[in-house]
Design a protein around this ligand. Structure first.
Ligand SMILES: Nc1nc(=O)c2c([nH]1)NC[C@@H]1CN(c3ccc(C(=O)N[C@@H](CCC(=O)O)C(=O)O)cc3)C=[N+]21
Length: 285
């Protein structure tokens, strides 16, 4: 059997078409969604992501500001910029690209972002609301994972979802969102004993461990949905997921590739969050 491939780029485009239509409606009311992206330092991967976000804003007709600051920027100066953006009326969403240089306390910076402009969904208040099940800005990658599964026509209710990885940015929040969709969720991590046996029970397998091609066919039940959140840069410069796509696609059901799976959805969900924040800011949602 050869699995169907979930095309994250195509799904992204479909969602962006819907967003563009909403942007037009907002424009008629004099509202333009505005996103500020802050990049500290010159990490090459971060520069690529930031450019992609800038382009997405441009394509959708958002107002955007990119603040590129030197790696030597002090925490005080960064906090002052965040404070200014919190108060700036043309800005609905703020994203401070992570990781930050070692001398800056990431927590202090995330905590300083206004909760209703936190389009990353990383502020503790948004995280708390996610846990409780209250309305909040959802973290982009986990929201993108759920959207991909739903748009692949996969029913989540009652299914067994296994999440491999327990990070704050992917594993934990995606587990909560899967539960919200009424899946039964098991979380695995680096200390899990018998991971392949557990993973093989999954109807839906979400992988976010940061180890290139770690998940082979022995982890996958025939026909299971496989979502690969991994983003590993190999020595040859190529991008690889956490899933060994070539072997797994021979046994799995619908599966996401890397690149072209979860990655594009992350940026699309960022655009969606910024749209939501803009509507709330102007009393339109
Ligand atoms: N505050 C913050 N928020 C983030 O959302 C955030 C961050 N910091 N730091 C870095 C990670 C990484 N990230 C990606 C987004 C899109 C792709 C993406 O579009 N990937 C393409 C390929 C890109 C390529 O070829 O390099 C794909 O998978 O098809 C990848 C990675 C967001 N991040």
């Amino acid at each position: 059997m050869t699995a169907s491939i979930i095309n994250g780029k195509q799904v992204s485009e479909d969602i962006r078409t819907g967003i563009a239509a909403e942007v037009k409606e907002l424009a008629a009311k004099g509202v333009t969604p505005g996103l500020a992206v802050v990049l500290v330092g010159e990490d090459p991967a971060s520069q690529v992501y930031v450019r992609n976000k800038e382009k997405a804003c441009h394509d959708l007709g958002y107002y955007s500001e990119v603040h590129r600051l030197p790696a030597s920027t002090t925490q005080e100066d960064l906090l002052a910029l965040v404070d200014k953006l919190n108060k700036q009326d043309t800005i609905d969403g703020i994203l401070v690209q992570l990781p930050l240089p070692g001398h800056i306390d990431e927590k202090a910076v995330i905590n300083a972002i206004a909760v209703d402009k936190d389009v990353d969904g990383f502020h503790p208040v948004n995280v708390g609301n996610l846990v409780i099940g209250d309305d909040s800005l959802l973290p982009c990658t986990p929201a993108g994972v759920i959207e991909l599964i739903k748009r692949a026509g996969v029913e989540l209710a009652g299914k067994h979802a296994v999440v491999i990885g327990r990070s704050n940015i992917v594993g934990k929040p995606v587990s909560l969102l899967l539960q919200r969709e009424n899946a039964t969720v098991t979380m695995c991590h680096s200390r899990t004993i018998g991971m392949a046996d557990i993973a093989r029970q999954a109807d839906i397998l979400v992988v976010a461990i940061g180890r290139a091609n770690f998940i082979d066919a022995s982890f996958v039940k025939p026909g299971a949905v496989v979502i690969d959140v991994g983003m590993n840069r190999l020595e040859n410069g190529k991008l690889a997921g956490d899933v060994d796509f070539e072997s797994v696609k021979e046994v799995s059901g619908p599966i996401t590739p890397v690149p072209g799976g979860v990655g594009p959805m992350t940026i699309t969900m960022l655009m969606q969050n910024t749209l939501i924040a803009a509507k709330r800011h102007h009393g339109l949602a």
